[in-house]
Design a protein around this ligand. Sequence first.
Ligand code: SIN
Ligand code: FE2
Length: 216
Amino acid sequence: MTFDLFDALPAAPAIEPLAPGAMVLRGFARDIDTDLLAAVREVSRAAPFRHLITPGGLRMSVAMTNCGQAGWVSDRSGYRYDPADPDSGAPWPPMPTLFRSLAERAAATAGYPGFAPDACLINRYQPGTRLSLHQDRDELDLRAPIVSVSLGLPATFLWGGLRRADKPARVRLAHGDVVVWGGPSRLAFHGIAPLADGDHALTGNERINLTFRKTR
Ligand code: SIN
Ligand code: FE2
């Protein structure tokens, strides 16, 4: 056989472009899925998932928690990154090393070497949960990308443009997929369509999403 050399090479990650500076790394987090989910459970023991209130007074359908040096929170006074969990007053749990290294590897693979996230927002979706179109714009350093990891039930990611009115593409995100957006796409509108019912071997009827950000 003449193909032994090629067979020995590691498989190149399947990279699916979304827009300039934005792409899906298919299955990138799959091989560490159980460890990632165990770490999510650990974080949520110290800082439980909660439904935040928007500045307009609505209860978000996504349940959220955070780890890292800062956490994204929303209340009647607005959105912000807070070094402490407002529910307990304690600092957010530290970002697990596994999270940080995954985010760095994914960013580097997507063309953003040296990504140093200081915050990880953890979103929990159940059937019917949605996240309306928004930009991630509460970070001070917009040169750093966003790295978003999908675990559990699949979702329809709404990938819009730089204007709210741009019609979003519908992109299916499955367990282990990682989306990275930065550069010219850093302020693209995005969201999640209402989660369909399902049963995932590792998460049951839930989808967990990790988004890594450099907030300062
Ligand atoms: C987010 O925009 O913060 C989350 C996106 C997702 O759940 O995939
Ligand atoms: Fe977002």
